[in-house]
Design a protein around this ligand. Sequence first.
Ligand code: FAD
Length: 237
Amino acid sequence: MSRGVEGFIMKAYRADDYTLTVTYVEPVTDKYIRVGFTADGLLQNYPVHPTQWIRLWFDDGSGRQRQRGYTLVRQDPATDSFAIEFAVHYGPASVWAENAKAGDVIEASLLKGTGSSNFSIPEPTPPEFLIFGDTASLPAINTLLDAIGDVPARVCLEWQYESDVILPVHAHGKTELTWLQRVDDGRLVREHAESTIPAPGSFAWIACDGRTTRSIVKTLRAHGLAKESIKAQAYWK
Ligand SMILES: Cc1cc2nc3c(=O)[nH]c(=O)nc-3n(C[C@H](O)[C@H](O)[C@H](O)COP(=O)(O)OP(=O)(O)OC[C@H]3O[C@@H](n4cnc5c(N)ncnc54)[C@H](O)[C@@H]3O)c2cc1C
């Protein structure tokens, strides 16, 4: 099946390819599905780190494969396994997750060298993290919260379905969690960013839809946060 331009680029960068097999599928809410996989040795070559993600290839129903980014959770190199949590909406990846069953296989690609992701917690540890995301970036945010332990974090999450707000967030005693409904293409989250004043030395991690992500970066830069103190990536558009 054709992978189009995305496949050409991955080939040009000599991406590493893996074949993952589904081991279990469990609903987390009516709009969120956790899928377990065997890792095909991937974790041996790409060490586990917070916000680790890979590119999966999904059939778009027209004879083409589409590449989508997904975050690894529950990674266990000893058993060569991990899970991925899919926010359900509409699209080839979402449809695949809704129909997934044990034994299904799916192709994954990672760029050689750093892998598809290479984020690490800044050194020295910032005094506070400012985290903006939604249900697509919640798996990554949970790995981030696990990694920073009891460092204070202000976490702002956007929800689209009522059940989103009962999704597990790995908050701890020093996590200030705010859920805001997605209205007007992320207006409430953008406004929340405007009222978020970073403490000196803070680090921001931002992964919403493209427009919201860009807007929050701009706002936090205007609030005095240095470029190097921000890790931002659009998770969907
Ligand atoms: C580094 C990285 C890690 C990611 N990790 C995860 C993860 O662990 N879990 C996860 O669920 N997603 C994750 N995403 C987001 C996921 O890749 C996108 O949501 C992707 O677009 C889904 O593909 P699709 O084929 O289902 O929909 P698409 O074909 O891309 O889009 C179809 C329609 O759905 C809309 N849409 C797409 N995504 C969303 C969304 N999240 N919410 C609402 N509407 C949407 C689009 O606007 C479009 O109208 C990650 C993205 C990146 C870049």
